[in-house]
Structures are given as C-alpha cells and as structure tokens.
Design a binder for this molecule. Structure first.
Ligand code: PGA
Length: 248
C-alpha cells in the first residue's frame, strides 16, 4: 500500500471552451481549502494556458504528447510545449488514443519518457477490452501492457499508472470491487518486479465510470491510489464529491 496522497484527476477529453474556465475556478477554489488530496485536470490542449492561470493548487495536465521534442509531426504537441503552456503532467496511453490513433505500448513508453525528460509527470493508462475481459486473460494482458510501456526510470516522483477497463469508460459499468482489487494487486506486483522498492509507492489510479455514487467504494479498495475521471469531471457538482470521497 502506498503512503502517497490520493490523486484525483479529471480528463476532459475533447470537451471545453473558454466559457468553462469558471468550472475550473470553482473546482480550484473548493480544492484549495483541502490540500490532503492531489487534484489535477486535463483540459483540451487549447485550454491549458488559460486553465493554468486560474488553477491555484490544482495540477493542469495534457491528455497526450508526442515522444519527440520537435519536428514534422502535424497536429502533435510535445511535452515541452505542454510545459510551456502551463501543464505539469500529461496522460499517456489512454485507450481512446490506443484505439483511435493506433498507439502501441512502445509509443506510450516513448511519450512517458519524453515527459520525464521535460521535467513533467506522467499518468500511464492501461486496460483491457470487453473481449479481453471475457477471455479470462485480463490480468495477463493488462500487466503485459504495463511491462511494455513502463520506463526503466519510473518512480512515484513522476509517474502514476491508471487502470481503465475499456468497457467501463463512459458506459456506467464498473468492475466489481474484487476485480478492481485483483487487477491493482497484479499491477502492484508488476511495478515491484520491474522497479524494485520504487514500485511499491507508484500510485495506481482506477478509471472508468467513476461518479459521486461509487467513488468511496472504489477509492478505498487496497492499492487504489486515486481516480481518473472523465464525464463526472466536467462539472464541479459531480467532480468535487469524488475528491471529497478520497481517503486521507
Ligand atoms: P469516464 O472516463 O469517467 O467518463 O468513464 C474515464 C476516462 O476515460 O479517463
């Protein structure tokens, strides 16, 4: 079990305009009174700079970055560019990017390394599809993803893992607590195998249909160090109760 603070991160995906800065301010103001939980929000790249100005003690993150620092990569954003805009971390390897942009474990490894080289933190996502879950091999598949995408230099100082079952994202379906516990225990084992003692304190977040009604149960499962929250992070009314549900 980790001694780290709980880490609650909102992933806004392709949602949000300047008009939504007020939502961030409401979240930042509420979170400022309670520094016992680490909170972050990943807006679309177009809002990072504006978010960073009003974020207070909340971390502002990207949703992806390129593995290279510069070059002919139309439409992509480097880690240093995210940093210059005001981000301190980024999600990498989200299943929507693995599916839509065909990102491989090797790609995700390169992105995580790029963030570290830029002095930023990473949230490295892994998770199985419904077919993979139904095949009975979810644990082997997801720990395999982690092993293939985790940088050798990973440590709790700059890297967190997010377990997000693809079939739980945006569906309202959540694995039973025993299955979350089993996956997080397996991921912890992989982290310790690969990183030694440093692997014991890397936070492992759960993501996929976390909401105010299920957050407390999920966040108190052993080895769940926080949550990566999509839809429920878009409004203060649904994101703040998830932060409040995090163990102190
Ligand atoms: P969700 O998304 O909370 O809307 O299921 C989670 C995620 O994709 O990070």
């Amino acid at each position: 079990m980790t001694q780290q603070k709980s880490y609650i991160v909102g992933n806004w995906k392709m949602n949000g305009t300047q008009a939504d800065i007020a939502i961030l301010k409401a979240i930042a103001d509420a979170a400022a009174s309670d520094m016992t939980v680490d909170v972050g929000i990943c807006p679309p790249a177009t809002l990072i700079a504006a978010f960073a100005q009003g974020a207070g003690g909340i971390g502002v993150g990207g949703q992806d970055c390129h593995a290279k620092a510069t070059g002919a990569h139309t439409g992509c954003v480097s880690a240093a560019m995210l940093k210059e805009a005001g981000a301190t971390f980024s999600i990498v390897g989200h299943s929507e990017r693995r599916a839509d942009q065909h990102e491989t474990d090797a790609d995700v490894l390169g992105k995580a390394q790029a963030l570290h080289e830029a002095g930023m933190s990473a949230i490295l996502c892994v998770g199985e599809t419904l077919d993979e879950r139904d095949s009975g091999n979810a644990i082997a598949i997801v720990t395999g993803q982690l092993a293939a995408s985790l940088p050798d230099s990973a440590s709790a100082d700059w890297l967190s893992v997010a377990y997000e079952p693809v079939w739980a994202i945006g569906t309202g379906r959540v694995p039973v607590s025993e299955d979350i516990a089993a996956m997080h225990a397996a991921l912890r084992g992989t982290l310790v195998d690969l990183l030694g003692a440093a692997g014991a304190s890397v936070r492992i977040l759960y993501g996929g249909s976390v909401n105010p009604g299920n957050a407390q149960e999920i966040l108190t499962i052993p080895d769940v160090g926080g949550a990566l929250v999509g839809g429920a992070s878009l409004k203060a009314e649904t994101f703040l109760p998830i932060i409040q549900a995090a163990p102190r």
